[in-house]
Design a protein around this ligand. Structure first.
Ligand code: GAP
Length: 517
């Protein structure tokens, strides 16, 4: 774990050094849990968004997109339940004055039992070598069983406290399990209190006339309130979906772990409207569709797992998270929820406007049920970077840092490098670039040795580099170098476009996906 944390620290500085992510307002010492994306970060982020958007709106002819406003009528947040219930349980340590989420402290305690079990398994695997039967070991080893039982006991108590909204019991768990503040190392805790996560501001010029409004904590409500606009103007028939990408804001209590938990972040959400009674079938379908979307990136199938919710929100009848193995453990990247007719029903109640759909096949009106898929762009960005970051030892004792990004997501697709800065090579290189830049993000670099230039491109994850040398002027061929294998081959300039396209285009990635019509 310590080694993983070390790698994570390196990743954070790598992000800054190579123009992926900067702390926001850095010259004023930053602003807690707010970040800016740099020149490479924005390209990677846009590619992630494009992959999601196209997978939703191109591949499913019954999914369309919208872009709703961040400011919305404040009653929306009353209807959605956010004004009354969008809270986190907060606890302070009196010695360090640090603030924590009580539920997160307990979740970390639960993860410790898993760590202990994994260590036992690892030790035994080393000891017994090929003869090791992991499943049998997990089922019979007394220390594994003891930790599994302790975990189950804590888990049951924790789930009940959450379901009952019992803040005293959450505190009691922290006390009973002797959970200490990671900063002060003490158990001097305050009571647990609820804390609303929405940012409020005012709209309107005079104090009297100003309206208290909220920065949206999720994009989903913009979809719900436009449900009938889209359905009618698009002549959509149930089942159909509405997709949206946009900023969301939460005044997170604990804002740690870089861009994992931010106060301003971006979501990609899709609400899929279905007939009542068919929602669980669609929930399963979307679960499979979404996990497949993640796995198609090739970051490693074992890095994903589903985590079904212990505590279902009062409006949900099924919910799961897709978790990704970050350097700090398996963490939620995406939530998939079966939200019943709660949101549309509630907006109907609060607005007094009908939110029903007339189903011509059934010849009746009803409030549709909703399956939601909701993924954070920034968390997705972090998972892609974390899985792609590698430090490699090369022959001859040299090392390199390489981002093995999925080529379709890489910020720069092609590095264009004249061997020397003279003899007409830069001119030839620019000529090649001026042809290719209509389709691919290219980067021209003539400074330093070729080796150093390769390292710079490796560090930002560029899948291909081409070198223009003196022979190029004679034979119109270039040396193309592949990022991951570092192999080089000589290819005609006329073949470059097709060769690069085959590897980096979004279409090949999208073609791997199953379609949910
Ligand atoms: N509309 C449902 C909804 O908002 P959520 O589980 O609260 O559900 C969905 O959020 C996704 O948004 C999460 O899986 C995560 O990827 C992302 N997300 C939530 N809070 C975040 C934060 N503070 N910083 C970065 N991403 C966040």
């Amino acid at each position: 774990m310590a080694q993983q944390e070390e790698v994570f620290k390196k990743l954070v500085s790598h992000c800054k050094e190579y123009g992926f992510v900067f702390p926001s307002s850095e010259i004023y010492d930053g602003l807690g849990a707010v970040y800016d994306y740099g020149q490479n970060g924005v390209e990677l982020k846009n590619n992630i968004k494009r992959y999601w958007w196209d997978s939703m709106t191109l591949l499913n002819d019954n999914v369309v997109g919208i872009d709703s406003a961040i400011f919305m009528h404040p009653t929306i947040w009353k209807a959605s339940g956010h004004v009354d219930a969008f809270n986190d349980p907060l606890i302070d340590n009196k010695d360090s004055k640090k603030r924590y989420r009580a539920d997160v402290l307990i979740e970390e305690q639960l993860a410790k039992y898993d760590d202990k079990i994994d260590k036992e398994v690892e030790k035994a695997a080393k000891k017994f070598g090929d003869a090791f039967d992991e499943q049998k070991f997990r089922e019979t080893n007394p220390r594994v069983l003891e930790n599994a039982a302790k975990k189950a006991e804590l888990h049951t108590r924790f789930a009940k406290a959450l379901n009952d909204n019992n803040l005293d019991e959450l505190r009691q768990i922290i006390v009973d399990y002797e959970i200490v503040c990671p900063v002060s190392g003490t158990r001097n805790w305050t009571e647990v209190r609820q804390f609303n996560l929405m940012f409020a501001t005012e709209m309107g010029s005079t104090a009297d006339g100003a309206l208290k409004i909220y920065l949206r904590p999720e994009t989903a409500q913009g979809i719900f309130v436009n449900f009938l606009n889209v359905q009618k103007s698009g002549r959509m028939k149930i089942p159909f979906g509405i997709a949206q990408i946009g900023k969301a804001f939460r005044n997170e209590i604990v804002a740690r772990q870089f861009i994992f938990r931010m106060r301003e972040f971006e979501q990609m959400e899709m609400q899929f409207f279905v007939r009542p009674g068919e929602e669980l079938e669609w929930f399963e379908k979307w679960k499979q569709t979404r996990i497949q979307w993640h796995k198609a990136l090739g970051l490693g199938d074992k890095k994903y797992r589903f985590h079904d919710h212990d505590k279902l929100a009062h409006y949900a009848n099924a919910a799961t998270d897709i978790e990704f193995e970050m350097p700090f453990g398996f963490k939620e990247v995406e939530g998939i929820h079966s939200r019943t007719d709660f949101d549309l029903g509630s907006h109907e109640k609060y607005s007094g406007k009908k939110m029903q759909y007339f189903d011509p096949e059934l010849n009746k009106s009803y409030t549709p049920y909703v399956i939601e898929t909701s993924i954070g762009v920034d968390r997705m960005f972090l998972s892609v970077l974390a899985a792609s970051y590698h430090e490699e030892e090369l022959e001859g004792g040299d090392t390199r840092v390489v981002l093995q990004l999925p080529p379709a997501l890489a910020p720069v697709k092609l590095g264009i490098l004249p061997l020397v800065k003279k003899d007409g090579l830069p001119e030839k290189a620019l000529e090649v670039m001026n042809e290719l830049k209509f389709e691919f993000q290219c980067q021209y670099d003539e400074k330093d040795s070729i080796g150093k230039r390769y390292r710079r491109q490796d560090a930002i994850g560029t899948p291909f580099c081409i070198t223009i040398d003196h022979d190029t002027l004679e034979d119109d061929r270039v040396t193309i170098r592949h990022r991951d294998t570092m192999q080089q081959e000589r290819v005609p300039i006329v073949d470059l476009e097709a060769m690069i396209r085959k590897k980096v285009n979004m279409k090949s990635l999208l073609k791997e996906l199953k379609i949910n019509n």
